[in-house]
Write a new protein. Sequence first.
Length: 264
Amino acid sequence: MVLIPFFLAFAINSAAFIFSGFALRSIKTNLIPSRVVDDKDSLLSQIRQGTCYVIGNSILSFLFVFAMLLAVSSGILNALFMPYLEGELALGSSQVGLVLSAGAASGAVAAIYFSRKKRINSPLYLVAGAGLLAGIAVFALVLAFDLMTVMISWAMIGAVDVVLNIPLTVLMQELVEDELRGRVFALLNVAFTAVQVIGMGIGGVWAEAIAATGPPMIGAAFALVFVSILGFVVVARLNLHALLSKSKEEESEISQEILVEIAA
């Protein structure tokens, strides 16, 4: 009887891989790159080009810095979430499963909602607002007093994660030239992961020092709220949304210079 849930989990996971395989078969491509890859283009050179591209665009710079600041709190939450549920709240495996399912379900609903929208208004404010809601949700999670409150709090975090990532990804797709998109996205992923790992270390050491997971999570919540409010101020002061309305030619002056450098 104990093996049934494990078998079910593996069966569902296997079915997901099979479904993914059929879905990938429908993608029509010859897998030929659109440009010739220069073998002499070193990893360090690619990182430098991606960094220069980001620095040359004020909106991308804002998104990168904002994401890095959020990564610290994200790392703390990722490191301490399960110990908090199982340790301080004493939730069992089935209850933890319900909490995780609530987050996944709310994220799916948020993704479906955004997939139906043709245009996202004020995306930078939406990104900053998502960070603020994440901070509030973490506060609610720490102050939760029963299973239902924990589920609602984590469901809010699951939805906010989607609300944060979709506008951020769409903006980067729009702002980054095709030739540099892979380098810029790779730079973001590497930097975000590195900072997130630092956050995990901070959360782990903090929790170990005080023998409690609640205070570090409250610290992460405070950081999310502070960074998000700062993001609102930066977007308003620099009038970043006005830059989004400019023509593609005006927005990509710096990127054209870097493309010329790459071609050379």
